[in-house]
Ligand binder design. Structure first.
Ligand code: B12
Ligand code: SF4
Length: 527
């Protein structure tokens, strides 16, 4: 065991594991008198007193009295540092995620809220997407335990950070989507890994750690409930660095099983829900007026969605979230979404090819009805961010312009284009691996921006270049004008978002490329 707390004796025992001979209230008479304050001649040093203060609580023998130690501010029994590591895109400075586009994620704040109170832990959150953490700063981080959240694109950075902490004897816990997808990849880089949702396993891990019995792996158990959880500790991240901290989560998971999607691969098809009253209570205590739901498919369970939307109506909020295209067919839910303040929705339209959709097990998307879908959403005052992926097996070099033209004609408010990414652990990854088409396992490149597999009907370079063509067409001045006129969003929002994406479209080469395939990868990675 590597942890400092692990080296401490269990409560009620002395340093050697034997019962303590001297109580904390009976200091050794040969030691300085309790009346001397720190800093006075002959008084104990601050460091010694800090240790004493901790030791008293753990009932470990110390040369100082409890009175002496109490002159100092109370020290936490455990220092936990939770880090969201940067990736090639998600980092402070550079990349597309400048402050204006970033909302506060819930991962670290949720984990912080789950730390059991009896551990009296001090929790520090570090989000590398909003602050630069250089090597010196990392070396200066003091912690008893470090937790890192890992998505595939940030796995190399996470493993690098983990090794630096472990070299210093600080135990490291890894969790998150990538760890859940391929635990065997993460295990060697951590003292403990956590798979699945951690509402029960993270507190259990922390209690085990405090008791000196940390296990190497904690899995989500069946029957997890999201009821009655504490609100995320949003106060622990600097609010001003984000566009908003009014970020909420009502559900987890999705009932569908699209073959490229991380959700069914990592968490299965069972939807999890927070009781509607818990979600509403969180929104109320945040006094949120405009809010974002990060749920990957808010309408997995339509009755739950109807209950949530109905409960949102009296709050008079405006909200943005994600759902499948199936929302467009559900008149009852659409009307409730509108009444509850839904102003924008992100949908995975994925492809204009039926064959692609069928092969990806997303046959419930009907490209021939996308135009009708946009019109329906607009009638309800809802703008659509429509996401397409390129590189599926039926895509030919013509697909890029065809899709971009379609997106403009359909008047999709904000079309987005990405490379299909076979995240490890997904059905798509397994198929491409069987077919010998995975080109790299450098996880840093698994970010939806880099081509990491051999496309079936075009070259890697054509795929990379084609995406740029699609972005530029969709965000050309005439295309923006056509789409802008149909959008239900307020003019400043319509203009701001379109101009932001236009800038992105014309600077794609700065954000992603296939240098690694062309032999320039090392330079890029070193940057
Ligand atoms: C906010 C968000 C972002 C933000 C910030 C990401 C960040 N690093 O924090 C932004 C917008 C920048 C972003 C970008 C991207 N994202 Co994103 N994002 C999300 C989103 C919508 C919400 C995250 C969140 O707050 N979740 C709520 C918390 C409570 O859930 P959670 O993170 O899963 O955490 C729970 C467990 O996983 C576990 N856990 C997680 N971490 C840890 C750590 C420890 C120590 C422990 C014990 C437990 C634990 O405990 C938590 C409680 O149960 C998720 C989807 C989602 N709803 O989760 C996608 C998601 C994380 N993103 C994803 C992807 C693919 C991307 C992009 C590649 C998309 C793109 N092409 O632009 C980029 C990549 C950026 C990069 N590599 O640099 C995928 C990750 C898949 C993967 N294998 O990597 C997800 C899961 C969505 C999906 N498609 O399935 N994203
Ligand atoms: S509908 Fe969306 S969230 Fe659900 S499995 Fe398909 S891609 Fe994933």
């Amino acid at each position: 065991m590597r942890g400092r707390l692990e080296e401490r004796p269990p409560l009620g025992l002395g340093g050697d594991g034997a019962p303590s001979h001297r109580t904390p209230h009976s200091p050794d008479p040969s030691l300085p008198s309790p009346s001397r304050r720190p800093g006075e001649r002959g008084a104990p040093t601050k460091a010694a007193l800090r240790w004493s203060e901790k030791a008293f609580r753990l009932d470990i023998p110390t040369p100082w009295s409890q009175d002496e130690a109490s002159f100092l501010p109370r020290q936490p029994a455990m220092r936990i540092v939770l880090i969201s590591p940067k990736g090639p895109l998600y980092r402070h400075r550079g990349g597309i995620f400048k402050k204006s586009l970033r909302y506060m994620p819930l991962t670290l704040t949720t984990l912080a809220s789950l730390v059991p109170a009896e551990l009296e832990a001090e929790v520090r959150l570090i989000d590398e997407g909003i602050e630069e953490v250089n090597s010196a700063a990392i070396a200066a981080i003091e912690a008893d335990l470090v937790g890192l959240t890992v998505i595939t694109g940030t796995a190399p950075r996470s493993y690098d950070l983990a090794s630096r902490f472990r070299e210093r004897g600080i135990p490291v816990v890894l969790g998150g989507p990538h760890v859940t997808l391929i635990p065997e990849d993460a295990q060697a880089h951590a003292d403990a890994i956590v798979t699945g949702y951690a509402e029960e396993s993270w507190p259990e891990l922390l209690r085990d750690f405090a008791a000196g019995r940390l296990r190497p792996r904690y899995d989500q158990r069946p029957g997890l409930s999201l009821a009655g959880l504490p609100f995320p500790r949003r106060d622990l991240l600097p609010r001003k660095r984000f566009i908003t901290d009014n970020v909420f989560e009502a559900t987890r998971g999705c009932i569908h099983k699209c073959d490229f999607c991380v959700v069914p691969a990592a968490w299965g098809q069972k939807p999890y829900q927070k009781p509607v009253e818990d979600v509403i209570a969180d929104i109320r205590q945040m006094k949120a007026h405009k809010l974002i739901f990060v749920d990957l498919n808010l309408i997995s369970d339509r009755d739950y969605a109807a209950e949530l939307f109905t409960a949102l109506i009296p709050l008079k909020v405006q909200w943005y979230g994600l759902s499948t295209v199936l929302l467009g067919d559900d008149a009852r839910l659409l009307s409730l979404a509108e009444k509850s303040g839904c102003k924008g929705i992100l949908m995975g339209l994925e492809s204009i090819s039926r064959q692609n959709l069928r092969d990806s097990k997303k046959g419930f998307n009907s490209p021939e009805r996308y135009k009708e879908l946009v019109a329906t959403l607009h009638r309800h005052g809802i703008a659509l961010q429509g996401c397409f992926v390129f590189g599926l097996d039926h895509d030919t070099p013509e697909i890029f312009l065809e899709t971009a033209r379609f997106a403009v004609e359909a008047k999709i408010d904000l079309p987005r284009f990405a490379v299909v990414t076979p995240f490890p652990g997904t059905a798509l990854y397994h198929r491409l691996e069987r077919e010998g088409r995975i080109l790299t396992r450098n996880w840093e490149l698994y970010d939806g921006q880099h081509v990491v597999f051999q496309p079936s009907q075009m070259s890697v370079e054509q795929l990379q270049q084609g995406i740029e063509t699609a972005w530029k067409h969709a965000y050309s001045a005439p295309s923006i004008w056509k789409r802008l006129r149909a959008s239900p969003s307020p003019l400043p929002v319509r203009l701001g978002t379109n101009l932001g994406y236009r800038f992105y479209a014309h600077n794609l080469h700065r954000f992603y490329n296939c240098d690694w395939i062309l032999g320039l990868g090392r330079e890029r990675n070193a940057a």
